[in-house]
Design a binder for this molecule. Structure first.
Ligand SMILES: [Zn+2]
Length: 125
């Protein structure tokens, strides 16, 4: 057993789960599917090694998203993955629910991250 990975949540969960039921159901369905599909059996144990890169990115995005919903910290990397997966409007809605000031800073950060994504896309071409 370990704890739900949502910030501030101490619900005990099974090793193969990322979050408790309550938090897991707040995660957008496509991200839930990515996490489930890229899970490697035993990745949390000693034998099977490290989680796949997709699992790590998707999990980071899921944790960031519930962090925004619960008014906790959300990592910039997680927010970036959410935007890359098409959840920009969800990010703005979840973050902006805290009030107009938050909405403003949210829109600024989202715009910054979108610029970063564009710049990185040009670099790899
Ligand atoms: Zn939880």
């Amino acid at each position: 057993m370990h704890h739900c990975h949502a910030r501030g949540c101490i619900a005990p969960i099974q090793m193969l789960d990322l979050m408790c039921e309550t938090h897991w159901h707040k995660v957008p369905s496509r991200i839930r599917m990515l996490i489930a599909a890229s899970y490697r059996a035993g990745q949390d144990g000693t034998a099977a090694g490290r989680p796949s890169e997709i699992w790590q990115l998707a999990s980071q995005a899921a944790i960031a998203y519930v962090g925004l919903l619960d008014a906790h910290y959300a990592s910039r990397a997680g927010i970036r993955t959410l935007i890359e997966l098409g959840y920009e409007q969800n990010v703005i809605a979840a973050w902006g629910q805290r009030g107009p000031e938050y909405r403003k800073s949210c829109e600024r950060v989202v715009a910054e991250i979108k610029k970063e994504i564009e710049t990185d896309a040009h670099k790899t071409q």
